[in-house]
Design a protein around this ligand. Structure first.
Ligand code: GRG
Length: 306
C-alpha cells in the first residue's frame, strides 16, 4: 500500500520496527551492577518479536506533527518497556498464568517467578530513566513522564487490570447474572489497553511540540484505535492461530472473561471494530496527508492476524 510519502507502507512500518529494536537494544546495555540473570530476563522479554505497535504510534505521531522521528526514540522505547513489563506481570501465575508470549516461553517459565516479577519492576523504572535521560528538552521530558506515569498507574493500566481480574473472579463465566454491560467492559479496556495507545500517541506529539489541536485529534484517534485493537484482540483469541499469534488462544472463554464477542457476538464485534477505525481515521482530518500513515496503521490493526 502506498501512502503518498514515496515508500510503501509495510516497508515504512518495518523500518520503524527495526529502528525501535535497535534503540531498545542500545538502552539495555547494563553495567556489571545489573545481575546477569536480570539483564537476560529483561532483554529476553523486551527484545522478543513483538509488533511494536505502541512505539510505532509514538514515532508516527511525532512525524505527523512535523518532527524528526529520532527525537521520539526515548519516548517510544519507554512506552514499549512499560508495555513489556505489563505483559510479563500479566502472564504470572497470580494473574493470567500464561506459558507462551511473543512465540516463546513466558518470562517466569524461562527465568522463574521471582526473576520475572523483578524484570517487570526493572522495566518500569528503566522506562522513566530512559525517557527523562535521553529526551533532549527537559520540559517536554517532564510532561511525558507525567503522562506516562498516569497511563501506567492506578487510574489506568493497573486499575483496569484490577477490575478485569475482579470481574473474572466474580463472574465465573456468568456475566449475565453479574449484570455486566458494554459500559463496564469498555471502562476496563479504556484503562487497561486504551490508555497506553493514547499516551503513545500523545508522547510523540509532545516531543514534537505539536499544537493542542493536534494533541486532541491524536487523543481521539488513540481512544478509538485502542478500543478497536481490543475488540480485534478478543476476536483473535476466539478464532486466531496460536502459531502466528505467538501466544495461547481461547483463554478468554476458559477464564470466564468478559469479551466483546462474548457480549456482542462475532459479527457485531467486527462491525464495531470497523466503525471505531472509521471514527479514528476521521479524527485525523486536521493533519491532511500527514495523517495518511496513521490511517494505514489503523487499518492494519483491524486487518491483522497476529
Ligand atoms: C499487569 C500492570 C499489569 C497490567 C496488565 C496490558 C495488560 C494489563 C495485560 C496484558 C494482557 C492483555 C491481553 C492486555 C490487553 C492488551 C493487549 C492485547 C496486549 C498485547 O499487546 P500486543 O498484541 O502485544 O500489541 P505485542 O507482543 O505484539 O507487543
Amino acid at each position: 500500500m502506498s501512502v503518498g510519502h514515496g515508500t510503501n507502507f509495510s516497508e515504512y512500518f518495518q523500518n520503524l520496527r527495526s529502528e525501535i529494536e535497535r534503540a531498545l537494544e542500545s538502552y539495555t546495555q547494563f553495567s556489571s551492577d545489573c545481575p546477569e540473570i536480570l539483564a537476560e530476563a529483561i532483554r529476553y522479554s523486551l527484545l522478543a518479536p513483538g509488533k511494536r505497535l505502541r512505539p510505532i504510534l509514538t514515532l508516527m505521531a511525532a512525524e505527523a506533527c512535523g518532527c524528526e522521528r529520532q527525537a521520539a526514540y526515548p519516548a517510544a522505547c519507554a512506552v514499549e518497556m512499560i508495555h513489556t513489563y505489563s505483559l510479563i506481570h500479566d502472564d504470572l501465575p497470580a494473574m493470567d498464568d500464561d506459558d507462551m508470549r511473543r512465540g516463546r516461553p513466558t518470562c517466569h517459565v524461562r527465568f522463574g517467578e521471582a526473576n520475572a516479577i523483578l524484570a517487570g519492576d526493572a522495566l518500569l523504572a528503566l522506562a522513566f530513566e530512559t525517557l527523562s535521560k535521553y529526551t533532549t528538552d527537559s520540559i517536554k521530558a517532564a510532561r511525558c513522564c507525567c503522562e506516562l506515569a498516569r497511563a501506567a498507574g492506578p487510574e489506568a493500566l493497573v486499575g483496569g487490570q484490577v477490575d478485569d481480574l475482579e470481574a473474572e473472579s466474580r463472574s465465573q463465566g456468568n456475566h449475565q447474572a453479574e449484570n455486566y454491560n458494554l459500559e463496564k467492559l469498555e471502562a476496563i479496556h479504556r484503562r487497561k489497553t486504551g490508555a497506553m495507545f493514547l499516551v503513545s500517541l500523545r508522547l510523540g506529539a509532545i516531543v514534537a511540540g505539536g499544537s493542542e489541536l493536534h494533541l486532541n485529534s491524536l487523543s481521539d484517534f488513540g481512544r478509538n484505535l485502542g478500543l478497536a485493537f481490543q475488540i480485534v484482540d478478543d476476536l483473535l483469541d476466539l478464532k486466531g492461530n496460536e502459531a502466528s499469534l505467538g501466544k495461547r488462544t481461547r483463554k478468554d472463554a476458559a477464564h470466564g472473561k468478559l469479551t466483546y464477542p462474548g457480549y456482542l457476538g462475532v459479527e457485531q464485534s467486527s462491525r464495531r471494530a470497523e466503525k471505531l477505525i472509521q471514527q479514528a481515521c476521521e479524527s485525523l482530518q486536521s493533519f491532511g496527508v500527514k495523517g495518511d500513515r496513521l490511517q494505514a496503521l489503523a487499518r492494519f490493526v483491524v486487518e491483522r492476524n497476529k
